[in-house]
Write a protein that binds this ligand. Structure first.
Ligand code: 5RP
Length: 229
């Protein structure tokens, strides 16, 4: 991981986002991610739409939906969309094998649906997000409230310790009305296996391990933009 300050980080996020937006074509249905890096991309897409680019889009969160509408982007309902041409989203960590941890912003469930519907899934990051092994960033897990203690117990059986996410001293509630637990598994040797085990837990709506859901990571660094694919 490259040590960078906030100004450098924002410049890198912008550079990666601008590079990703170049892949959008006239007529595309575009999946819009959530978070500060995705926001740079949404701003750029908004600019292109004002200049005449014709696209439609679907959002991975209420925040993104509002932001995109404020830029004049025509929004479609994710619920009825059969496929998305290209999606652009951020990540909290990624490895060169294109596995990710996502969900720092709590939008992981919709982000996963968006990625699953997308034909071309592009992740945009600054250089601080690249890791050799996932897991320094805790794995966000969206939990149906009724199943909270059950899921915490099951995560413990997988050697994970959980913290219930809070925001402004209150339990964080997702766009879907659920809780987030941030689970610490230490550095994860076998993310595919952990993802499969988590998938089997009842009451766990989605986890932030994105395995095989990315075609390209566009990472900006102090040496310029690097593409992993
Ligand atoms: C939100 C996410 C974000 O993409 C992730 O947290 C990265 O955010 P940022 O671009 O602000 O660093 O997964 O749920």
């Amino acid at each position: 991981m490259e040590p960078i300050d906030k100004t450098q980080q924002d410049a890198q996020k912008l550079a990666a986002a601008l590079e990703a937006v170049k892949f959008i074509k006239e007529g595309d249905v575009v999946g819009l991610g959530t978070g500060s890096t995705a926001t740079f991309a949404i701003e750029e897409i908004g600019k292109k739409v004002r200049e005449g680019l014709k696209i439609t889009a679907a959002a991975s969160s209420k925040r993104t939906e509002e932001l995109a509408k404020s830029y004049g982007i025509e929004m479609l309902d994710l619920q009825t969309l059969g496929s998305i041409d290209i999606s652009i989203d951020g990540a909290d960590e990624f490895t060169e094998s294109l596995n990710l941890i996502k969900g720092g912003g709590g939008a992981l469930f919709r982000e996963k649906i968006l990625a699953s519907l997308s034909k071309n899934r592009i992740i945009v990051t600054d250089s601080s997000k690249k890791v050799l092994k996932l897991g320094a960033f805790k794995v966000p897990i969206e939990v149906i409230p009724l199943a909270l203690q059950y899921v915490v117990n099951q995560v413990e059986k997988l050697n994970g310790s959980s913290i219930l996410r809070e925001k402004n001293n209150e339990t964080f509630i997702t766009d879907n009305g659920n809780f987030i637990i941030d689970a610490d598994f230490g550095l994860i040797d076998h993310p595919e296996e952990l993802a499969k085990s988590l998938n089997q837990i009842d009451g766990l709506l989605a986890h932030g391990l994105f395995i095989g859901l990315t075609n390209k990571v566009i990472m900006a660094s102090s040496n310029g933009v690097v593409v992993f694919e």
